[in-house]
Ligand binder design. Structure first.
Ligand code: BEZ
Length: 276
């Protein structure tokens, strides 16, 4: 595996090139915990849907820095947390040394009927091969096991994406729009994928969840650096900064309210059981 910087220090982001895959973002685990903790804080009621029980074995797919894995273990369940980013797993293992964390890509699961449930928060929109994820989850679950997940759904951050595209066009980088790293399906589309692979859909919802970004005026800038770095691949640093300033200007009238940036998140939530 090789890695190279694709954004400069201002972006805090680099690509990691796998021979067979598109570049994926580099995850700065410390920055994630300090500025973007709202991602796991918002997932409390998703844990209620999971309803983990004493003695169950649960896979946390895309566990990041491990906070939700830890919350799940508080119920007496045993958790295996996985993430494709070694930076996240390193931090999770340091923070919760008693838990089991592994560097594994969600589209490359190789378990066989080991888990009572698979849980996933704010991760599946990063994986553009949903069929592979669903197939691996189906294999990993015991018969009757449950898959409980939340991620960005159809229309998620449409306002932000539109502004990014407009700013890239205006700066003369229209091709960078093709570097959009996200998959935001409708509930119909995702439900169909689940049913096709032997799941029974118990719940599927798509809800608007406007989300305050931390750090006041800097909130959108931080968010773009943490999550949107791929759009800026190959663009000189000074131009990246101009493009970000342009994105902020385009979004300010719509998303900046009382000193806080509000991202137009739309979440899809699913609960599905693996048919026996
Ligand atoms: C989300 O949680 O919906 C999300 C986060 C970062 C980038 C895109 C979507």
């Amino acid at each position: 595996m090789t890695s190279k910087l694709f954004l400069t220090a201002t972006m805090n982001t680099k690509t990691v090139n796998y021979a067979h895959k598109a570049p994926v973002p580099y995850w700065d685990a410390q920055l994630y915990d300090s500025r973007h903790s709202f991602v796991s804080n918002l997932a409390v009621d998703l844990l209620e849907l999971l309803d983990p029980r004493m003695g169950e074995h649960i896979l946390d797919l895309g566990c990041g820095t491990g906070h939700l894995s830890y919350k799940i273990t508080n119920t007496g369940a045993e958790v295996t947390g996985i993430d494709h980013a070694s930076t996240m797993i390193k931090r999770a293992s340091q923070t919760y040394p008693g838990l089991n964390f592994l560097v594994i890509d969600g589209s490359n699961l190789a378990w066989n009927q080991q888990f009572d449930a698979v849980f996933s928060n704010a991760v599946l929109h990063w994986i553009k091969e949903p069929e592979k994820v669903i197939s691996g989850v189906g294999q990993a679950l015991k018969p009757g096991g449950r898959f409980v997940a939340e991620f960005g759904g159809k229309g998620n951050i449409d306002t932000i994406i539109t502004a990014i595209y407009q700013a890239l066009n205006a700066a003369g980088y229209p091709k960078n729009k093709t570097m959009n790293p996200w998959y935001f399906p409708s509930i119909g589309e995702y439900g169909m994928l689940l049913e096709t692979q032997g799941f029974e859909l118990k719940l599927a919802t798509l809800v608007e969840r406007p989300t305050s970004l931390n750090d006041g005026e800097k909130g959108l800038n931080n968010w773009l650096k943490m999550f949107g770095g791929q759009f800026f691949q190959g663009i000189p640093e000074s131009e990246q900064l101009n493009i970000i300033t342009d994105i902020e200007a385009r979004l300010r009238p719509k998303l900046f309210k009382n000193g806080t940036w509000i991202a137009d998140y739309k979440r899809i939530r699913i609960v599905a059981n693996k048919i026996k």
